[in-house]
Design a protein around this ligand. Structure first.
Ligand code: BTN
Length: 257
């Protein structure tokens, strides 16, 4: 069933609103449009294809029919000073949703901050963007792209998709699981333990923990042992000289197994 662009309760999370579209430019952009139009938030938008899907660091996100493209609009999510933790919670929610929809246990591992990997190849991407609206409200949009049936051949990272891995999971089915698991992670994030539960769940799935990785930041390339993810969700690298580096943003590259 499709809501044909009309708002209805979200499958899997009836406390959230939902719009489904055949095609849009970008589900993230449409969420911001709704926010600028005064939407109160907790709105999921899903599209079957996108003509201008975007990824992290200004990259394009190819968006063919059959894969999942969806975004969640949050308005003034509390606690506001900890919004940087949300991409990690989103990654945990998506990993759990894949397990739920595929009927697997720990199928995916996580590459900091929020890529899902299967056998070292990228299955999905998450893009968190924020904007202060004219009325002073803060719109936060979390966009998810998951390769359900296909993956692009030439990308920065080796990619994969659920169908090639032997799992028949539709975008519709995966969306319903994600709406449910993300609602759970959001209440966990807002609960008394804050980020700690998410941090533990994230570390349980971390790829290459304790091993050497390389991080490309806007300024430099850093290689070191992936020692930890700290209490704010930052990456902690141990260096050869015994020193420690904390990384706040960057692209992580794992050596081939
Ligand atoms: O670069 C990445 O890894 C993040 C990719 C995020 C893609 C999703 S698809 C749905 C949403 N709309 C967009 O334009 N981008 C995100």
């Amino acid at each position: 069933m499709t809501s044909q662009g009309l708002e209805c309760p979200a499958p899997g999370a009836p406390d959230f609103r939902y719009e489904e579209h055949e095609t849009v430019g970008s589900t993230n952009s449409l969420c911001f449009e709704r926010a600028r139009g005064g939407h109160p938030g907790n709105l999921w938008i899903r599209a079957h294809t996108q003509s201008e899907g975007r990824g992290r660091r200004g990259r394009d996100w190819m968006s063919p029919e059959g894969n999942l493209f969806t975004s969640l609009l949050l308005i003034d999510p509390e606690p506001v000073g900890r919004i940087g933790e949300l991409p990690l919670g989103a990654a945990v929610a998506l990993a759990e949703a894949v397990d739920k929809a595929a009927g697997t246990l720990q199928l995916v591992s996580l590459k900091w901050p929020n890529d899902l990997l299967v056998e070292g190849a990228k299955l999905s991407g998450i893009l968190l963007e924020a904007e202060t609206l004219a009325d002073g409200r803060r719109a936060v949009v979390i966009g998810f792209g998951v390769n359900c049936v296909s993956h692009p051949p030439l990308t920065l990272y080796k990619a994969t998709d659920l169908r090639s891995l032997g799992f028949q999971v539709t975008a519709e089915r995966l969306f319903a699981s994600l709406a449910e698991t993300l609602a759970e992670q959001l209440s966990r994030w807002q609960g008394p333990n804050g980020f700690e539960g998410i941090r533990t769940a994230w570390l349980n799935r971390a790829a290459h923990l304790g091993r050497e990785i390389t991080v490309r930041t806007a300024q430099e390339e850093i290689t070191g042992i992936f020692a930890d993810m700290d209490a704010r969700g930052h990456l902690v690298l141990k260096q050869e000289d015994g020193g420690q580096r904390t990384v706040y943003a960057g692209d992580v590259f794992l050596p081939e197994a």
